[in-house]
Design a binder for this molecule. Structure first.
Ligand code: NAP
Length: 257
């Protein structure tokens, strides 16, 4: 995720590569990022916090407290911390980072890599209008961005944060169905992917209700109606609801790690 955000910042000209420091304890990741983007790389988080006033925190939720404990002595009122860690609340971040830095919590998704990300953010009490503008610009330059109250973050994490994997799973099922109908694999991958993209863009752009759209494209006794009859008899809706509920429950659990 950090690489997706870094790539966005460079491509959207929000930062010159030489103004960005990528800090990672993983040497292979440092090498790759340095080669790919020409940014400064380091494994020294404390030095990074001393040098940079905007810190995007993109470690796993279970590594966040340790990282914040490490850099806390270097944090000042001039710092803006932007955390993308699932489950880590603004209150938990403040407890670990102290009261000095300003805090923004973001839930992005990996579609940032295709300039079609979905990022939702909420902010701490001492955040300035310029901080919000920066977060909206950074994440909005590679997709859609929305500010929502923090109480919605478990649902957001389930739907758009984890959503790319769920959509990929559905795409995989469509591809397998097409292969069973003897479509060549390359064609199956292209047709499934483009159908998901096109339908998503169309529904987004027109604002049409999904139910109304399905009715409109399912002519009586036609091919779509035949397929929809199978879907309607299945428990797919229930499975999807349970999938999102499990992801949201895990997001809630991560508050405690
Ligand atoms: N993946 C997604 O689709 C997605 C979507 C939304 C939000 N998020 C959030 O984004 C965060 C990152 O997820 P990810 O999938 O990108 O994880 P990741 O691939 O594990 O990336 C985290 C990187 O941080 C390094 N790291 C760990 N502790 C560090 C420290 N103290 N100082 C510097 N670097 C350190 C890790 O090194 P090691 O590999 O050596 O541990 C790893 O290279 C998570 O909090 C997650 O909840 C992810």
């Amino acid at each position: 995720m950090a690489e997706a955000i870094l790539c966005t910042a460079v491509q959207a000209d929000i930062c010159a590569p030489w103004d960005i420091t990528a800090c990672d304890i993983n040497a292979a990741r440092r090498q790759l990022v340095e080669k790919e983007y020409g940014v400064i790389v380091t494994e020294d988080a404390v030095q990074t916090a001393k040098t940079c006033k905007v810190l995007v925190l993109a470690v796993k939720p279970q590594d966040m407290d340790k990282l914040l404990r490490e850099i806390r002595p270097a944090l000042t009122e001039k710092h803006l911390l932007i955390s993308i860690a699932a489950g880590k609340t603004l209150a938990a971040l403040k407890k670990a980072a102290g009261i000095k830095p300003r805090l923004v919590r973001v839930m992005p998704n990996l579609a940032l890599l295709a300039q079609e990300g979905m990022s939702v953010y909420c902010v701490g009490q001492n955040v300035k209008a310029a901080d919000k503008r920066l977060a909206a610009q950074l994440f909005g330059s590679a997709g859609a961005v929305l500010e929502l109250p923090e109480k919605h973050f478990d649902a957001v994490t389930a739907l758009s944060g984890s959503g790319p994997a769920f959509v990929a799973y559905f795409m995989q099922a469509m591809i397998e169905g097409a292969l069973a109908l003897k479509l060549p694999v390359d064609a199956a991958v292209l047709l499934a992917g483009q159908t998901l993209i096109g339908t998503g863009i169309y529904l987004q752009n027109t604002g049409r209700e999904t139910d109304e759209f399905i009715k409109a494209v399912s002519s009586p006794k036609g091919t779509t109606a035949a397929g929809m009859a199978v879907l309607e008899q299945s428990d797919l809706r229930d499975v999807v609801c349970r999938t999102l509920a499990a992801a949201a429950a895990r997001s809630s659990e991560l508050k405690r790690v």
